[in-house]
Design a protein around this ligand. Structure first.
Ligand SMILES: Nc1nc2c(c(=O)[nH]1)N[C@H]1C(S)=C(S)[C@@H](COP(=O)(O)O)O[C@H]1N2
Ligand SMILES: [Mo]
Length: 406
């Protein structure tokens, strides 16, 4: 029996009460129906990850999926990238009933603390598909190389999150007029064992006006451990570093938040265009508040072979930070000609959008297929390297795959 079958057998026959999944009717499950892939919810470390992940780091754990795994419209548990900045919590010891989410800070009117049950029952519940992209997604494409995790183009995903609006919770506590920024807090600790691993935030306007969530479910299941069980702050379209996993609270600050990884040059880009490789003074950086127009080709996998004359269906996703994507073009001749594709509207703002086209490549040989998205303000993806920056953030050059016609 391989590891996966073993796990499934174990999950089907044991009590199913173990966190995070409680499977009430497990005993009634017909033996020939395999359970949903819920084992992914309990992955705890690098050793649990299957072959479609490439490990960038084990401590802290950072892993990226192969791009074709991101093909579904809604990214399933067990395929999204995994990014931790510090020591992961001891997930199994988390008591979900006792979990507290605190709202405090200089600019809160009444500091309050909520259990997850309080959140579920006191506020309207919402489900949203939200795109989470690491600020350093695609970093490995920059030349010269920028230091940091060398993410492929897969440090992005769009799952369905269920929770309450950040704004509803902040308004329940009251926001003073002098509020400037939020500070987001998590349970996990810095690698040194002291202080938070990461604590970032957003301008107060974003916290009050984005449809951002304090979520307890991802794709209608408890949030997988590695994606932030039991509660996560989720802001679509902004650097995913803001979307705190294992979230313990939000401080309403009367200044720009000064938590760990808010300091320059973390999650910041130069305030002026710099030459590739140029040194930049830390005072000349500004915070990345949102991500920018970008796309992925998720099918076929790069390296696919097709027979001459055989139609090839190409599809993927496109997203544009706080904007919508209005056009997705592809080229199979290095950008000489561009061909339009069918592009869907987002299911809700800040969800990634699906596109598809079918083409028949004209003759035998090697092709590159490039995808280029254009957003509602007319901005599109560069075909070569975008503005280089010292930390390698916001790479949004066209995604490319190789196809051979035989
Ligand atoms: N608690 C906690 N939340 C966190 C982080 C972290 O290290 N700890 N990393 C952030 C960063 S930098 C990113 S890119 C996303 C990654 O989310 P994912 O692991 O679900 O892909 O989580 C963010 N939230
Ligand atoms: Mo990130």
């Amino acid at each position: 029996m391989n590891r996966r079958n073993f796990l499934q057998g174990f999950l089907a026959t044991s009590a199913m009460a173990a966190a995070p999944v409680s499977w009430v009717y497990a005993a009634n499950r017909p033996g020939n129906v395999p359970p949903l892939d819920i084992s992914t919810l309990q992955w705890k470390s690098a050793g649990d990850l299957p072959d479609h992940y490439t490990l960038l780091n084990t401590n802290p754990l950072n892993a990226m999926p192969s791009i074709e795994k991101l093909n579904p419209d809604i990214t399933p548990a067990g395929t999204s990238f995994i990014r931790w900045n510090g020591n992961m919590p001891d997930f199994a010891s988390i008591d979900v009933d006792k979990w507290q989410f605190k709202v405090d800070g200089e600019s809160v009117i009444t500091a309050k603390s909520y259990t997850i049950d309080d959140l579920k029952t006191k506020f309207q519940n919402h489900s949203l598909h939200l795109t989470l992209e690491c600020g350093g997604n695609s970093r490995r494409n920059f030349y010269p190389k920028a230091k940091g995790n060398q993410w492929n183009d897969g440090a992005v995903y769009c799952s369905k999150w269920t929770g309450v609006l950040v704004s509803d919770v902040l308004n329940d506590c009251g926001v003073k007029d002098d509020a400037v920024y939020t500070g987001h807090h998590s349970f996990d600790k810095h690698l040194s064992g002291k202080g938070e691993a990461i604590s970032r935030g957003v301008p107060i306007d974003a916290a009050l006006n984005d449809n951002a969530l304090i979520a307890w479910a991802m794709n209608d299941q408890p949030i997988p451990y590695l994606q932030g069980y039991p509660l996560r702050i989720v802001f679509g379209g902004r650097p995913a570093s803001i979307s705190s996993k294992c979230a313990t609270g939000i401080s309403i600050r009367n200044k720009v938040h000064d938590g760990h990884k808010m300091e320059s040059p973390s999650y910041r880009v130069p305030t002026y265009p710099v030459a590739p490789g140029e040194m930049v003074d830390p005072k000349d950086f500004e915070i990345i508040e949102h991500m920018i127009v970008k796309s992925l080709i998720t099918s076929p996998a790069s390296g696919t072979e097709v027979k001459l004359g055989e139609p090839l269906t190409i599809n993927g996703h496109a997203w544009a930070g706080l904007r919508d994507v209005v056009k997705l073009d592809i080229s199979y001749d290095y950008g000489v000609r561009w061909h339009s594709t069918t592009l869907k509207k987002p299911v809700n703002p800040r969800a990634w959008q699906q596109w598809e086209t079918t083409l028949t490549l004209p003759e035998k040989g090697y092709y590159e297929i490039w995808a280029k998205a254009t957003d509602s303000e007319g901005d599109s993806q560069p075909v070569v390297q975008p503005q280089w920056n010292p930390k390698g953030y916001m790479f949004n050059g066209c995604h490319r795959i190789a196809v051979r016609v035989v």
